[in-house]
Write a protein that binds this ligand. Sequence first.
Ligand code: UTP
Length: 224
Amino acid sequence: MIFVYSLGGSILAGRDAQSLKEYAQALKELAQEHQIFVVVGGGRIAREYIEKARALGASEMFCDTIGIGATKLNSALLVAALGDAAPQEIPDSYADAARLARPGRIVVMGGVAVGQTTDAVAALLAEYVHADKLVVATSVDGVYTADPEKDPAAKKLARMSFQALARLAMETEMKAGSRSPVDPLAAKIIERSSIPTAIVLGSKIENLRKGALGGHTGTEIRRE
Ligand code: UTP
């Protein structure tokens, strides 16, 4: 099967070398039986650098370029952790990513175009390579009925429809205090192509396998 991961940048960059190796090992094991693509986010460096550049008067578009740089830096760290299992080339396009794919090889990429996030890149890549599943390995452990930090009655959803995800992403866009794990563009792509998607806590290594193959405790986005 073909799996595309959207991996939050903070999930990788916060790890020491040994822990990065363990994370990479889990991906390598999956790659023995499946074709794996990983899209890595910008994490803390992206946020810090963008904030400073913005304060210096940089345009939003230039800030996005800085963000893309951070995603590539984090991607390079994962490539280093994967060793021979990943090409030392970080593709700039979906076509290049598909071209680099080989059995047992893990293709790692970051951002590709301004005005979006790596969740959208991962969703578009999933469309392009006809992925069987998109796994959003992120800093939250699923989608909740309300913000769990503010509402103690908030419940995690085990399942959600494509339409409900798109709706949630649009609503979240309008208000601060994000409850949507993906941005509206990514949600729209997931919806239009009905890409089976798992939202899982990315810091748990076992969620890499479980997000793709099942058995996780996050949220599954699928046809209801
Ligand atoms: P992320 O995908 O990490 O953004 O890309 P994010 O979703 O805001 O970060 P998290 O998930 O909350 O940690 C970092 C930044 O890089 C730029 C955007 O500015 C984005 O905010 N970027 C990334 C692009 O402009 N285009 C891309 O294709 C990817």
